[in-house]
Design a protein around this ligand. Structure first.
Ligand code: FMN
Length: 340
């Protein structure tokens, strides 16, 4: 027995036993990357990133999820704790319930958990923004941000979801106009605009990039899709007729390519918004790393359902998931270059 390598015999036995299970079909090889084993030692961690005026230890965003139930409180608190531990940014789920009342404040009130040094954004829908504008109550957004000590607000723009939701709200104005009005009236509010699982096309993206907003979150199609979710809550007839709408939209990869095309065909510095949260169907660190590298802009990647999956179980489950993901990102940074 070699005293330098006491596990050698059992390891060699494992190799013989597992070799036949370890065949990879050439068709399964992930050809999004060049793998470059010559150029780096094993990584010691990942690079911090500057995003929305704060420093993240990992280029990961916890995408907006829910509030207003006992379960949501536990989930939000677990997510905020993970943001603090792993240095990520966080978007809250729709805070509509907090506009007029503090009944559910504790579900969302996570600033003391996440700390002051990481981005935390509140969230309302475009239909609520319409109502606040119509009723001259925009000040409620400032009140909301104060209550939550939030850095700013997400406006989710979700016309298909609202249309397909049995109790959905009407969107009474063109979303771009409502957002411009908010910017005109409250230029100091930090705004991020997102969809809820459909993504958006080139003309919408380009219009948003021209606004002085903090960021655009894709919420692309290919992951959680709120049109589909609302259809599943709707009548059978509605489902039958409209399920095809859930397949409309844009994937995160499609949207990265659109942003690059928009920028390639425009004068430099034409855009006031050049920050993106790439989300919608990002299943793992390789998807996230690939798209962050591919986009010619400042970006992090966002996940909702993957975070939910672990946060709903326990903090330890979420911690294990994120440790593995962030170590995976470190390996990717060290050894993978994307094929553009
Ligand atoms: C349980 C759940 C609740 C959500 N609630 C909101 C919400 O309140 N407001 C919002 O803007 N987006 C909400 N979303 C949408 C996600 O922020 C968005 O679709 C994002 O792209 C992440 O999707 P993913 O699950 O594919 O990672 C929710 C997603 C999930 C899974």
């Amino acid at each position: 027995m070699n005293i330098q390598d006491p596990t050698a015999e059992s390891r060699k036995n494992d190799h013989i036993e597992l070799a036949f299970q370890s065949q990879v079909n050439a068709k399964e090889v992930d050809n999004r990357f060049y793998y470059e084993p010559m150029l780096s030692a094993h990584p010691k961690g990942i690079q911090p990133v500057s995003f929305l005026g704060k420093t993240l230890s990992a280029p990961i965003w916890v995408s907006s999820m829910t509030g207003g139930t006992q379960m949501a409180k536990k989930i939000n608190h677990n997510l905020a704790k993970a943001c603090a531990e792993f240095g990520m940014g966080m978007g809250l789920g729709s805070c509509r319930a907090l506009l007029d009342s503090n009944d559910y404040l504790e579900d969302f009130n996570v600033r003391s958990i996440i700390g002051d040094n990481l981005p935390l954004y509140a969230n309302i829908g475009i239909a609520q923004l319409n109502q606040l504008l119509e009723n001259n109550k925009l000040f409620q957004i400032n009140d909301l941000l104060d209550k939550l000590s939030a850095d700013g607000i997400f406006i989710h723009v979700n016309p298909l979801q609202e249309w397909l939701q049995p109790e959905g709200d009407a969107i009474s104005e063109k979303p771009l106009d409502s957002i411009k009005e908010l910017i005109d009236k409250y230029p100091n509010i930090n705004i991020i605009v997102k969809e809820v699982g459909q993504g958006m096309g080139k003309a919408s993206l380009e219009a948003l990039m021209q606004l002085p907003i903090q960021a655009i979150e894709f919420a692309a199609n290919g992951g959680t899709n709120f049109s589909k979710l609302e259809l599943l809550r709707n009548t059978e007839a509605t489902q039958e007729h409209y399920m095809l709408l859930s397949k409309i939209g844009h994937t995160a990869n499609d949207m990265v390519e659109m942003v690059n095309e928009i920028k390639a065909n425009s004068a430099p510095n034409q855009f006031l918004c050049d920050n993106f949260i790439i989300s919608g169907g990002i299943k793992n660190f390789l998807d996230g790393y690939y798209l962050i590298q591919k986009i010619n802009a400042t970006a992090v990647y966002g996940q909702a359902s993957m975070m939910l999956k672990y946060a709903a179980v326990s903090y330890e489950a979420l911690q294990e998931f994120l440790t593995l993901e962030i170590d995976g990102l470190a390996l990717a940074e060290a050894y993978l270059k994307i094929r553009k």
